[in-house]
Design a protein around this ligand. Structure first.
Ligand code: NIG
Ligand code: FE
Length: 420
């Protein structure tokens, strides 16, 4: 069959394996790097990849053939953990943070997530839509073609719903796929501090509505000191599982209070952060095949010393993804490439492990592995093209946007580093 478009002579092309499950442990350091490579699209799908001259069978009179010398490519990047839809911003807390006030101290005095809660409740659909539209454009320009987006700055149904509806509409309007997570259990407001149980009951009551209106596929909870306990998180996630949701959990970000064990016990798709996870809990996640979503940008931005122990996780056989955690507080940014570079510099992951983390493993983490995350024939023609002599260079030369072109469903959405 002839292709509609063939991009030829890439210096290197990263081709992840898709063995039918997320890559675990040593599997994460495997993948093929094709040299002098081509990628052929059949409209919105991948048709073929290979090295050297393009087979004649792929080209007919209607095939567009373009050279990409001096460039490298990967499957479209996937950001599997973001808090994308929110009102306001939090730079007014920056000097407090620089003066040594901790994330939880700022939250305890009514700032942090609680301040974004106020701003998000006050923001209209249009305001949230425009703001998130902007963020998604930044993400696309940096090579991202699929993104997970959590609610969690409303807490009340009206605002949570508005956040999820904004994500749903942007998924329809923009050439980037959004996967939604319902995360009303993101903070405990002062009025529930003494007893959060009635609040959990309220959130559990929202689950059927989220399901009915098809507003989210996943449910997440912030299980940490000063937020939800392991028992509270488990109660909520159990209810979500019964309702048919897949599960994620923010665990072991600040203190290790049992969130990872809950993830393993309930068969969560992923456990996120894991900066202070214990060796015992690493083994639990590995055994239960829970993906570890690691967010080194958050450790960096919170100016903490403790990065998630990625090497220990890999030694234990865990699957890992790396994500931005893009949010207004603990990681105000939207450049997944920088996070990938931190993956090498601070998580000590190899370039191949990092590329697998943001392609095939991230696809599994958001349940889109059937359609994206690798370059297997028939998957979506999502491709990120970087100006770089080789793939290692992308991760070595940091804090720079190397993405020059992005294809989503076979369509060019970024050209010369600008949105088309
Ligand atoms: O993943 N940890 C909880 N939630 C976010 C932070 C959100 C915020 O600070 O607004 C995170 O780090
Ligand atoms: Fe988060």
């Amino acid at each position: 069959m002839a292709a509609t478009l063939v991009l030829t002579h890439f210096n290197e092309l990263f081709v992840p394996n898709d063995p039918g499950h997320p890559l675990r442990g040593k599997e994460m350091n495997k993948g093929t790097i094709l040299k002098d490579a081509y990628v052929a699209f059949d409209g919105d799908k991948i048709l073929a990849i290979g090295e050297g001259d393009v087979p004649k069978s792929l080209i007919d009179a209607n095939t567009k053939v373009e050279e990409r010398r001096g460039m490298v490519a990967t499957p479209g990047l996937i950001d599997a953990h973001t808090h994308l839809v929110y009102g306001g911003s939090r730079e007014h807390e920056f000097s407090k943070k620089l003066n040594g006030m901790s994330y939880l101290d700022i939250l305890a005095e009514g700032g942090g997530i609680l301040s974004t809660l106020k701003a998000t409740r006050a923001a209209s659909f249009e305001t949230l839509y425009d703001k998130t539209h902007d963020l998604l454009e930044q993400m696309m320009i940096h090579g991202v073609t699929t993104v997970e987006a959590k609610s969690g700055y409303g807490l009340n149904w009206e605002t949570e719903k508005r956040q999820l509806e904004v994500a749903k509409k942007l998924n329809e309007d923009l050439p980037i796929d959004l996967v939604s997570t319902f995360m009303a259990a993101h903070v405990i407001p002062p009025e529930y501090k003494e007893n959060p149980d009635p609040l959990i009951d309220e959130i559990i009551k929202m689950l059927p509505k989220v399901k009915e209106e098809k507003l989210a596929e996943f449910v997440d909870v912030f299980c940490d000191a000063g937020v939800y306990t392991a028992a509270q998180s488990k109660r909520l996630l159990e209810a979500a599982k019964k309702e048919g949701f897949s599960l994620r959990i923010h665990a072991d970000e600040i203190e290790s209070i049992g969130g990872s064990a809950v993830a393993a016990e309930l068969g969560a798709t992923s456990a996120e952060h894991l900066m202070v996870i214990t060796d015992e809990d690493i083994q639990k996640l590995a055994d239960a095949h829970v993906i570890g979503n690691l967010l080194p940008g958050t450790t960096f931005s919170l100016m903490e010393d403790t990065y998630a122990p990625a090497r220990k996780m890999l030694d234990a056989g865990m699957a890992i993804t790396i994500t931005t955690d893009s949010n207004p507080g603990s990681c105000p940014m939207a450049n997944l490439q920088f996070i990938m570079q931190l993956g090498c510099l601070y998580l000590h992951m190899t370039p191949i492990e990092v590329f697998n983390a943001v392609t095939i493993n991230a696809a599994y983490s958001v349940h889109r592995n059937e359609t994206v995350g690798s370059l297997d024939q028939g998957k979506k023609a999502d491709l990120t093209v970087f100006k770089a002599p080789n793939l290692d260079y992308l991760l070595y030369y940091f804090a720079t946007n190397h993405a020059v072109e992005v294809y989503k469903n076979g369509k060019l959405i970024v050209k010369d580093r600008q949105l088309v």
